[in-house]
Ligand binder design. Structure first.
Ligand SMILES: Cc1cc2nc3c(=O)[nH]c(=O)nc-3n(C[C@H](O)[C@H](O)[C@H](O)COP(=O)(O)O)c2cc1C
Length: 336
């Protein structure tokens, strides 16, 4: 049921996607506690990793308790990638993931992320340098290609396998699509034909039915869930349970959901500090409210009122008591 990554076996086949600015240590801690098969750090530039203070990094990236501890590196220079791998290992990384999927101009402008898919020879040298420097498994995350004229994910995956990559994840969009259109799960099947190492399909998966469809269309071994986990860090675990009963977690009751959302808020405050944490928590609280609305547990006008009350205040105690009140209201109504 799990996925083999070198000698490591994940507890199930539904992973949480790395999302910069979203899947910080508090989010990953909860996703991990609630059944995600694997959680991956936010992307860190290999050069930055080498030059930063270790205590700052440990704080940003999280800890070995999220085992297996995965650090994702982005980079362009084989030398820095190799150095980054060594630092990541010293920090306790049990798996290192290379990012060749990020479409952001700041990243592709520096010719890393998905820009590497425009130069497979260079991408291959980078992969070789990472694998060579690493004593833990190295995995690779990519898109289908730069654009629809160059769907070279199968070729990159084949070369990556040849260099010793242990697992490949493919987001079923091209770089030029950014996040537009719909992820093409069938196109990932061409990568399946090219490699025999484990393959993870990613892009637009938000339910158990989606996960089944992604697996069927792509032939992948597992799925990775990103935005579908907004406002609900337990969601990869719930999807895992739907696919393979016993491997994940049951969907939480409203009361349990309240506890997780409130714990998430507390963790963000203690991780990022009360002021900064308050700002960061707003988008997560907004998503949690949206999740209640989309299940028709909260009428739109009330959702708007709760947003106004909870997302514009610096008073963390008021947010905490507001969240309790919100979920109490929802729970009482659902029970009536
Ligand atoms: C806000 C945001 C930040 C992201 N940051 C990263 C990142 O740091 N590393 C990475 O490999 N992918 C990153 N991604 C891409 C996701 O991992 C994933 O491939 C993409 O969102 C598609 O999956 P989804 O449709 O399930 O969200 C990011 C996506 C979003 C929306």
């Amino acid at each position: 049921m799990g996925i083999k990554i070198g000698a490591i076996e994940t507890r199930n086949r539904v992973f949480l996607a790395p999302m910069s600015g979203v899947t910080d240590e508090p989010f990953r801690t909860l996703a991990h506690a609630h059944g995600a098969g694997l959680v991956v750090s936010e992307m860190v530039a290999s050069e930055e990793l080498v030059n930063a203070r270790p205590d700052m990094l440990r704080r940003a990236l999280g800890a070995e308790s999220l085992s297996p501890f995965v650090i994702q590196l982005a980079g362009r220079e084989p030398h820095w990638m190799a150095e980054g791998v060594k630092v990541a290992q010293d920090m306790g990384a049990e798996i290192i993931d290379i990012n060749m999927g990020c479409p952001a101009r700041e990243v592709t402008g520096g010719l890393s992320g998905s820009a590497l898919m425009r130069d497979l020879d260079h991408a291959e040298r980078l992969i070789a340098a990472a694998v060579e420097a690493s004593s833990v498994p190295v995995t690779l995350k990519m898109r289908l290609g730069w654009d629809h004229a160059t769907l070279n994910a199968p070729e990159l995956a084949r070369r990556a396998e040849g260099q010793g990559i242990a697992l490949v994840t493919v987001h079923g969009r091209t770089r030029c699509q950014f996040y537009g259109g719909k992820a093409d799960w069938s196109a990932i099947a061409k990568v399946r034909e090219a490699i025999s190492i484990p393959l993870i399909a990613n892009g637009d998966g938000a339910s158990v039915a989606d996960a089944r469809d992604m697996l069927a269309k792509s032939g992948a071994d597992g799925v990775m869930i990103g935005r579908g986990a907004y406002g609900r860090p337990w969601w990869p675990g719930v999807i895992a349970e739907g696919l393979d009963p016993g491997s994940g977690v049951a969907e939480p009751s409203i009361g349990e959901e309240a506890e997780i959302v409130i714990e998430h808020h507390e963790r963000m405050l203690s991780h990022h500090g009360a002021h900064h944490g308050n700002r960061i928590a707003r988008k997560h609280t907004g998503w949690a409210i949206s999740r209640l609305s989309e299940r028709q547990l909260l009428p739109d006008d009330e959702a708007a009122q709760w947003r106004a009350a909870l997302l514009r205040t610096n008073d963390n105690a008021a947010v905490r008591s507001g969240l309790h009140e919100l979920y109490d209201t929802v729970r009482e109504r659902a029970a009536a």
